[in-house]
Design a protein around this ligand. Structure first.
Ligand code: MLT
Length: 237
């Protein structure tokens, strides 16, 4: 039977733990929602950078647009911040985007040693579940957290994925997967309401990003599964 494990923070994950696994990374507020939405709106690929300098270098090499934030605020001189609503098709169609964020992108980079890596959020949750069901590997879900601290928003997306999977196939969960399944069994609406109370959501609201939160909590408005191809996230075929 397939196993499903959850890590609440990327810092506790090493490459050996991911080898041969299907890895699902979640940073629902807002990096994985940005990646999903930018691909849905026609971006050619999303490259990931750990630092601002690396992002600039990659953008120069690939004629890419620069996107990202530090502490939720857009980086000076960049084309976009980290709001999913900014990535409209008129601005990004057939363009490569280089993204660097405070937590999400370093989690994605540290997860690249899995056999397959996908980016999940509420926007694409049913498509992610289908993707997992159609694969045979054991699953590792990595939540990005915020500055090294557990983030309930990412964990509730993980729990919702596990609840949906459990309705379709039997998985062997680790204790964290089991705990999150029990929590998310309250239903998606309860999870969304709880997310509004999280530290990260409250910070984004205090900065005026209310519309972003509303967008990030939408369920299944996209069927895009962002897949890592070794260089960038690209849309599933
Ligand atoms: C991150 O990667 O830390 C987040 O996406 C931060 C944010 O909401 O901008």
């Amino acid at each position: 039977m397939r196993r499903i494990e959850v890590y609440g923070l990327p810092q506790v994950v090493s490459p050996e733990m991911l080898s041969g696994k299907l890895v699902v990374v979640i940073d629902v507020l807002r990096a994985t929602t940005v990646i999903t939405n930018a691909l849905a709106n026609g971006a050619d690929g999303i490259l990931i950078a750990r630092s601002v300098e690396e992002a600039k270098m990659l953008a120069a090499t690939h004629n890419g647009l620069l996107a990202g934030e530090r502490d939720a605020i857009m980086i000076e001189g960049f084309d976009f911040g980290n709001s999913p609503l900014e990535f409209t098709s008129d601005k990004i169609f057939r363009r490569k985007i280089v993204l660097t964020t405070t937590n999400g992108t370093s989690t994605l980079l540290s997860a690249g040693s899995g056999e397959r890596l996908v980016a999940a959020c509420f926007n694409n949750i049913s498509s992610i579940v289908k993707f997992i069901l159609h694969n045979r590997q054991d699953v590792v879900i990595i939540c990005s957290g915020t500055n090294g601290k557990f983030s309930l928003d990412d964990a509730l997306v993980a729990g919702t994925i596990i609840c949906k999977l459990a309705k379709e196939q039997e998985f062997v969960p680790d204790d964290q997967a089991l705990a999150l399944k029990i929590l998310a069994d309250k239903g998606t609406l309860a999870c969304q309401t709880l997310i509004l109370e999280t530290a990260h959501a409250r910070r984004l609201i205090s900065l005026g990003f209310n519309n972003d939160i509303e967008f990030c909590l939408r369920v299944d408005n996209s069927n895009v599964v962002p897949i890592w191809n070794g260089m960038a996230f690209v849309k599933n075929a």
